[in-house]
Design a protein around this ligand. Structure first.
Ligand SMILES: [Cu+2]
Length: 256
């Protein structure tokens, strides 16, 4: 065991087991860069705990103030997905919308909610997503139980990435319909009047590079075939979830 060896080197003879580091604890760091000119960025760490839970820490700034930001672990344990490039903007409006980005960043594996369910089913549970403070800072910490973590995720964190949604394109400190109109994605789920600003991705983060070179848009094999449903079962969201989203968005000054 490495810890014992290290301590032995330091001349420490015996270490009670209870003070040893937990087995299999492993932390992966992510750098979240702005998407869609959001001006937001964040750093995150995810620690895989021995009991199968994940402890997620996110610290960011530049977010739409006093507004909820849906955030997820996206991709698949086997890789194949990545933070979207401008090529994902299929309609050429200058924004990689949620439904455009999913082909590159993949479906929702874990919904980074503040409480309750954290499975993909809670992808649009905006009433349980973190809210940026008045200065646009967004801090989040939660240990998500193993029961909400899909198989293979904890062991393959380096293949996954984190996406945070919600940005303020026209700089009026709220989500509104004026800049980008209605959310095409929300509308596809039967939610009318939700601003595109509320659902478009604001940041995306892959594993913090350790000397690795980003290969860019060269490796999209298979990504184009991801069905929209892979977004993480948000279509399964019942009307209660939809109402909760409307309510939360209304609270943050959104006309819907
Ligand atoms: Cu997402």
């Amino acid at each position: 065991m490495q810890v014992k060896k290290a301590l032995a080197t330091l001349g420490v003879a015996a270490v009670p087991l209870m003070f040893a580091a937990p087995a299999h604890a492993d932390t992966v760091n992510f750098n979240l860069d702005e998407l869609n000119g959001s001006g937001a960025n964040a750093t995150a760490s995810i620690t895989s705990n021995a009991d199968g839970s994940l402890t997620v820490d996110i610290t960011g700034n530049g977010f739409t103030p006093n507004a909820p930001h849906a955030q997820h672990i996206h991709g698949s344990p086997t890789g194949n997905f990545f933070c979207p490039t401008a090529s994902a903007d299929k309609n050429g409006d200058g924004q990689v919308a949620t439904e455009e980005g999913v082909a590159q960043y993949g479906g929702v594996m874990v919904s980074l909610t503040t409480k309750g369910d954290a499975s993909a089913d809670s992808g649009l549970a905006v009433d349980r997503m973190p809210v940026a403070d008045a200065s646009g800072n967004l801090d989040y910490q939660r240990t998500i139980p193993a029961s909400d973590i899909p198989e293979g995720v904890a062991e393959n964190l380096a293949n996954l990435h984190i996406v945070q949604h919600g940005l303020d394109v026209n700089g009026n400190d709220k989500y509104d319909l004026e800049a980008l109109g209605e959310s095409v994605f929300a509308k596809s789920l039967g939610l009318d009047g939700i601003p595109e600003e509320a659902t478009n991705p604001a940041t995306c983060g892959e594993v913090a590079p350790a000397g690795a070179v980003e290969t860019g848009a060269g490796s999209t094999s298979g990504a184009e075939n991801v069905p929209l449903m892979a977004f993480g079962g948000v279509a399964l969201l019942g009307s209660a979830g939809a109402l909760a989203m409307r309510r939360r968005l209304a609270e943050s000054g959104v006309k819907s």
